[in-house]
Design a protein around this ligand. Structure first.
Ligand SMILES: Cc1cc2nc3c(=O)[nH]c(=O)nc-3n(C[C@H](O)[C@H](O)[C@H](O)COP(=O)(O)O)c2cc1C
Length: 181
């Protein structure tokens, strides 16, 4: 199986990209790509731009990446209660290419933030919206207060959160017939 993981952020030190990559590595060590949204940056969506120049080729590349994967791991950054502008822009363009851009795709949806809600608002938005684009959200997990609860080497530090996360990883592994602990 092929896993595509990314953070819904264009921050160079994105905590969501870190969490998405860590999550993918807990499912399997090989055949995983951690994508950086900075490599898919395009001008802000406008209907006039679309009429003038069509869909940017980077967006078609992004769409193809989604299609090639068996599992998509996205960790969403929350900006003012919703998607980051970088993520929303890519999604808006991609939806103009194919509105069912997540068709038949299984998603492990995560979010984290520096605050105590861990991006729960953006998570709620995505959970209600992504299925309209064809996604099947097989698991979701929000990690609050990333700075206190995550370490690059150890992973999730809080025992309760680590155990909740681990059981979700195990469920996904079972679903894909991967060896579980
Ligand atoms: C413009 C802006 C708005 C933000 N709004 C929220 C918010 O609504 N909720 C939240 O928990 N954190 C918010 N934050 C803090 C982000 O969660 C924090 O910057 C986090 O590192 C973003 O994830 P990233 O590192 O993956 O980009 C905001 C940050 C910025 C820059």
């Amino acid at each position: 199986m092929k896993i595509l993981a990314f953070g819904g952020s264009n921050s160079k030190k994105s905590i969501n990209k870190t969490l998405a990559g860590f999550t993918a590595s807990q499912i399997q060590s090989e055949n995983t790509e951690v994508l950086d949204l900075n490599n898919y940056e395009v001008a802000i969506f406008s209907i006039d731009r679309e009429k003038e120049s069509g869909i940017p080729s980077l967006i078609i590349d992004f769409y193809e990446k989604l299609q090639e994967s068996d599992l998509i791991v996205i960790s969403l950054a929350e900006h003012n209660g919703s998607y980051s502008a970088a993520f929303k822009n890519i999604i808006d363009w991609t939806s103009r290419h194919r509105s069912d851009f997540f068709k038949d795709k299984k998603l492990f949806l995560l979010s984290t933030s520096t605050g105590p809600r861990g991006g729960k608002s953006v998570m709620e938005t995505a959970i209600s919206r992504f299925p309209r684009h064809g996604a099947e959200i097989i698991e979701s997990f929000s990690l609050p207060s990333f700075g206190q609860n995550f370490d690059e080497k150890t992973g999730i530090l809080s025992e309760d959160l680590a155990s909740e996360f681990k059981s979700k990883i195990q469920n996904i592994k079972k679903l894909y017939g991967l060896e579980t602990e």
